[in-house]
Write a protein that binds this ligand. Structure first.
Ligand code: COA
Length: 318
């Protein structure tokens, strides 16, 4: 038994924050941001618009694309580090919104690797026979934990959601997933507050040691790509599309070089979305599917890296 992606969907908030807007707020420039990150703009949730609101839009689009209704879903897994509230969990909230009852619904917190972690979990539920059809979502309102005047982070992060419907099938589908973490690097990328540590009413925010995280991301992603190919006995030439986490165009280019892939075979959304953490991989996947680049039968390599550090990859026959 395998799991297959039978539908994708995504959602971006209407509000857009451009590099020109940021130039007015802080000591930075459009040229610097584009050259160092590849980002031109990012979408920002409206006041009152939440992670679950965006997850619901993306989930409904994925259900439509899969040709199924919420009642067909027997598992919901949401990857996010920006839940609406501490409880109920965003998976259960999404289940309530969709009017789908009874199956397990939960969230996983693995920062930018959240969707890969969620996909891997849902794949295991389906492979074990415990679930038949799963909704897997990555959704974030990173703008709520980003200091809008900090030029080391405000230029990077955006909001959005992406989703896939996974269905049981006798053919893959998801061929393998690989999840990793190294908690020894917690100090390089973190949020200043939360729940049990306490909350700063003046605004908890993400702190990023940019160039150090950058170096680790390039090395670690190179390694996970090798591990994924080796586990499947495949050469890098077998990959049709790289669907990477969208943190920085230079990190994406390094991963493509490692795979010897031309950038034309990489789905890049960082220019228009910025880094949307757990939402970035399913958002990029949905863009590639809907614009017709990714076709049924193509072999996809999904990868992500984030705070923790956490990282992971999935090899998927679409
Ligand atoms: N505008 C203009 N100048 C800026 C700036 C900005 N927004 N941010 C930093 N700078 C300056 C720095 O102060 C520094 O100046 P100095 O040389 O006078 O000290 C210079 O630009 C270089 O800074 P540095 O941090 O070394 O730049 P960088 O090339 O590493 O780019 C990031 C910074 C954040 C874009 C990059 O490190 C990055 O993308 N890191 C990884 C992000 C990531 O993957 N995050 C999450 C994983 S999910």
């Amino acid at each position: 038994m395998y799991s297959r992606i039978v539908g994708t969907g995504s959602y971006l908030p209407v509000g857009v924050l451009t590099n020109a807007d940021l130039e007015k707020r802080m000591e930075t420039s459009d040229a610097w941001i584009r050259e160092r990150t590849g980002i031109r703009r990012r979408h920002i949730a409206a006041a009152g618009e939440t992670t679950v609101d965006m997850a619901e839009h993306a989930a409904r689009a994925a259900l439509d694309a899969a040709g199924c209704v919420a009642a067909d879903i027997d598992l919901i897994v949401v990857g996010t580090c920006t839940p609406d509230v501490v409880l109920p969990n965003p998976g259960a909230m999404l289940q309530g919104r969709l009017g789908n009852r009874g199956g397990p619904a939960f969230s996983v917190e693995a920062a930018c690797s959240g969707f890969i972690y969620a996909l891997s979990l849902a794949d295991k539920f389906i492979r074990s026979g415990e679930s038949k059809r799963a909704l897997v979502v990555g959704a974030e309102t990173l703008s709520r934990i980003t200091n809008p005047t900090d030029r080391s982070t405000a230029i990077l992060f955006g909001d959005g959601a992406g989703a896939v419907v996974l269905a049981a099938d006798d053919k893959p589908g998801v061929m393998s997933t690989h999840l990793r973490a190294d908690g020894g690097y917690a100090d390089l990328l973190y949020c200043t507050g939360g729940i049990s540590k306490g909350h700063d009413p003046a605004g908890d925010h993400i702190v990023l040691a940019g160039s150090e995280v950058f170096r680790h991301a390039v090395t670690i992603l190179g390694r996970i790509v090798d591990e994924t190919l080796a586990a499947n006995g495949l050469d890098r030439s077998a990959i049709d599309w790289l669907v990477p986490h969208q943190a920085n165009i230079r990190i994406i280019q390094a991963a493509a070089r490692k795979l010897n892939m031309p950038m034309e075979r990489v789905i890049v959304t960082v220019e228009d979305h910025g880094n949307t953490s757990a939402a970035s991989v399913p958002l990029a996947l949905d863009v590639g599917v809907r614009d017709g680049r990714i076709k049924r039968g193509d072999l996809l390599l999904l990868e992500a890296f984030g705070a923790g550090f956490t990282w992971g990859a999935a090899l998927v026959r679409y």
